[in-house]
Write a protein that binds this ligand. Structure first.
Ligand code: NAD
Ligand code: DAU
Length: 358
């Protein structure tokens, strides 16, 4: 039996490696959390725009869905491993022959972190530790860690730069800050070639219907009230998922190791404004807006200074209103994607019931 990497190299030679893409042909890119929202868009983007073999490692939690990767199935450069980043043995197998890592796997919903923080600590912090530790042993060439703008906490005026202190406010943000700092420490202490991305609120097709935009969209489609926390004047800076994954691909190729990069769309909007736009797109009445008790510890505003990644040549390309319309209409035209979650995932119904009846 030939060693795995050698098999891959032979395969690449058969495919004519060296013609056009001599550096990339033999490389394997490991994407953790690739069956989730942003991870699946990144997988499709990298299969289209690189010659890497893309290997997904995903535990398929409530948020991970194999069908998000449907378009990739059958592609000879795509591999799927069902497994947990908290298991060292699993991660060692997944990292066999890997040159590049993009680490998305995480528990990601702030409200769930308030109800059940445990999985956030074990996956986001400990799981990232396992990933970094195995990457160090295997000597990977680049480790792109997907952090979040929430590690900075909120800001009333101005914008956070990459040098701003980390002051997370929710259990989710705190566990992502722990992971972010571990990634930095692995660069400083062991020289692991880590690059850290800190993206803002992302939206687009295939986002699990618990986050603001997909949740309000599927509620409006069913003529259900849209529960706005508090006065609805909190501000988020929205980033379209296609712009997001282009930024990550650029960082994987050209980001400087040991550095962190903010990514944001430059689309600051109050939540109530976003909710009204969703209703307008679906031609639903504003009477569906409903004020509900605020999220404990709610961050009022996120804003990022993105000059550092723009200096590498990236900028968002999709106007917010166009991207929002496209996203909302995607949900309207794809009930087969979200209806089974609402109807068949008992776990989803239990969370919605518990959280919104607080
Ligand atoms: P998501 O919740 O849609 O997907 C998370 C994926 O990780 C799922 O496929 C899930 O099955 C997998 N996963 C969870 N625990 C795992 C484990 N223990 N082992 C292996 N796989 C596991 O998340 P998303 O919104 O696509 O976010 C992806 C990454 O981007 C996360 O790290 C998140 O913190 C970060 N991020 C998200 C946003 C956003 O607005 N969605 C913004 C900034 C940063
Ligand atoms: O900023 C990046 C982060 O954005 C990511 O790291 C997280 O993974 C992602 O979940 C997101 O966190 P937010 O808490 O900002 O996103 P969410 O969609 O949950 O909420 C957006 C805003 O809308 C926030 O101010 C809370 C508000 N909201 C949300 C929901 C679900 C409501 O008013 N009502 C709701 O029902």
């Amino acid at each position: 039996m030939l060693p795995y990497l050698f098999q891959q190299q032979l395969l690449c030679q058969k495919r004519g490696a060296g013609v056009g893409y001599p550096q990339n042909m033999a490389k394997i890119l490991l994407v953790t959390g690739g069956a989730g929202f942003i991870g699946s868009h990144f997988v499709h983007y990298m299969l289209q725009h690189s010659d890497y073999t893309v290997r997904v490692l995903d535990a398929l939690t409530y948020a991970g869905r194999r069908e998000n990767l449907q378009e990739a199935e059958g592609n000879p450069r795509f591999e799927f491993l069902h497994g947990d980043v908290r298991s060292r043995e699993t991660v060692e197998q997944a990292m066999e022959g890997v040159s590049l890592v993009a680490h998305f796997a995480a528990e990601t919903h702030v409200d769930r972190s308030i109800l059940y923080p445990d999985a956030f600590i074990t996956t986001d912090v400990y799981g990232t530790f396992v990933m970094l530790e195995v990457a160090r042993q295997k000597g990977v060439e680049r480790f792109l860690h997907i952090s979040t703008d929430e590690v900075y906490g909120d800001i009333e005026q101005g914008a956070f730069t990459e040098e701003s202190p980390l002051r997370p406010n929710s259990p989710y943000a705190a566990s992502k800050a722990g992971a972010d700092l571990l990634a930095r420490a692995y660069y400083r202490t062991y020289g692991l070639p880590v690059i850290i991305a800190r993206p803002s609120n992302t939206f687009g097709p295939r986002q699990y219907p618990e986050k603001l935009i997909p949740f309000f969209t599927v509620r409006a489609l069913q003529d259900e009230p849209l529960p706005l926390y508090g006065d609805g004047t909190q501000v988020r800076d929205w980033l379209y998922v296609e712009d997001h994954v282009r930024a990550l691909a650029l960082l994987l190729e050209r980001g400087q190791v040991g550095e962190a990069y903010n990514i944001a769309g430059g689309n600051e909007r109050q939540n109530r404004e976003v909710a009204r736009l969703i209703l307008q797109i679906l031609q639903k009445p504003e009477s569906l807006l409903q004020s509900v008790p605020d999220r404990p510890g709610h961050d009022r505003r996120y804003a990022l200074d993105t000059r550092k990644i723009r200096a590498l040549g990236w900028q968002p390309q999709t106007p917010f209103e166009d991207a929002l319309r496209e996203t909302v209409l995607w949900y309207a035209h794809h009930p087969e994607w979200w209806e089974p979650i609402l109807k068949e995932q008992a776990e989803y119904r239990a969370f919605i019931q518990q959280w919104y009846s607080r």
